[in-house]
Design a protein around this ligand. Structure first.
Ligand code: GLU
Length: 375
């Protein structure tokens, strides 16, 4: 019956649906059972997952002057209902409704907006009528938001963050398929309990690891540890699973958070300016992420500055400006002796998110370091 209900809405040119209708016309229930391949591929209307798309703006809601404008356009223009209406195929895989949380380019995200979004997503996943949530987002800070949600929303329901590199008005726009894949993923039982996911360019990445690696190509997102899997033709395929603490097992809870402490990143290079660290302290930073060179290295002429920063009560977290790899504790610098933290494999912007959350729980270096190992 479920196949029948679906088949009546489908274009009869689809071969397996046409043969299914022929089977039904012959009235053979045995043949209908034998046609389970077709049934498996076409979800019935009454078993489709209920997915909410929370829109925040970005290029996926962008519009350019001409179809040749793949890189020059205005982000955050198209409202969520129009995005959904532009992809009728979504109705084949889910019952979808949209909410417009923000309409901004993601570089304009603030801690307040992160908290607001997190609280809304938390409320949605508590609703028994919601099976999964998709968040459309600008790609610039998608990696921060996906990691933040991964750390603070307590649910095993899929939460999928998605963006695009080209506006919908461009030739070969990538947003439609990315959003379709995100909805498929948010409705997939196999995505439950895997933490917040990122769906970009057919890949499934963890919200923890996914990072923007190029600012111009559609394969912009990657993780140094690889993708978890792929979405192809409406089906999620998995090859790995996350091992770090997230969502249900996280000690952070969006429902009790009201603000986040200031954390500042200082970018490492040759010929550094020590006064930048003092300025960060003066601005109210409770932790400084040192985006050091190589293995989170600190130049010899900066060691005293950073020791002084720590002695003044501000935490020093050694991260690296290198996209892949991880910082090893007490290698390069004696972190135990200086009371510094290492960011493990988190890039500076992800370390900033975790440091802010960690500081809402503890001011102890040992505790902060534990959290950097565990999350
Ligand atoms: N900078 C804009 C943003 O992050 C557009 C980039 C994009 O979404 O790809 O929202």
């Amino acid at each position: 019956m479920q196949c029948l209900a679906f088949a009546s809405r489908i274009h009869p040119q689809e071969t397996n649906v046409r043969s299914l209708i022929q089977l039904l016309m012959r009235g053979s229930m045995a043949a209908l059972v034998a046609s389970n391949v077709a049934c498996a591929q076409v979800p019935a209307a009454n078993t489709k997952p209920n997915i909410v798309i929370v829109a925040t703006g970005g290029t996926i809601a962008g519009a350019g002057a001409t179809s040749a404008n793949s890189a020059t356009y205005q982000a955050a223009k198209v409202p969520v209902d129009k995005l959904i209406a532009g992809i009728p195929e979504l109705n084949n895989v889910a019952n979808v409704r949209g909410e417009q949380a923000f309409q901004i380019a993601s570089e304009s995200f603030t801690n307040e907006k992160l908290l607001q979004l997190g609280k809304r997503v938390s409320a949605l996943v508590k609703d028994p009528g919601v099976d999964g949530v998709v968040i459309t987002h600008g790609t610039d800070t998608l990696e921060e938001t996906s990691f933040f949600l991964n750390l603070v929303v307590h649910t095993d329901k899929p939460i999928v963050v998605v963006g695009s590199m080209r506006p919908g008005t461009a030739m070969s726009a990538d947003g439609m398929l990315n959003l379709y894949n995100a909805v498929v993923l948010a409705g997939a039982k196999s995505a439950r309990g895997k933490g917040v996911l990122v769906a970009m360019n057919d890949d499934i990445l963890t919200g923890r690891d996914a990072a923007k690696r190029t600012n111009i190509k559609t394969n912009a997102f990657a993780s140094g540890w690889g993708a978890l899997g792929m979405v192809v033709e409406g089906q999620a395929y998995w090859f790995r699973a996350p091992v770090k603490r997230h969502t249900m097992k996280s000690e952070f809870d969006i429902d009790t958070l009201t603000s986040l402490p200031e954390v500042v990143i200082v970018y490492g290079s040759g010929n550094m300016t020590p006064e930048l660290y003092d300025a960060a302290v003066k601005s109210g930073a409770k932790a400084i992420i040192n985006a050091g060179t190589g293995n989170g290295s600190v130049p010899n002429y900066l060691v005293d500055t950073l020791k002084r920063v720590r002695a003044g009560g501000v935490h020093v977290v050694r991260s690296s400006r290198i996209a892949d790899g991880f910082v090893i504790r007490n290698s390069e610098q004696p972190d135990d002796q200086y009371d510094w933290v290492v960011a493990h494999d988190l890039n500076p912007q992800k370390a900033k998110i975790l440091a802010a959350l960690a500081l809402t729980k503890s001011n102890s270096t040992a505790e902060l370091q534990r959290m950097f190992w565990e999350y």
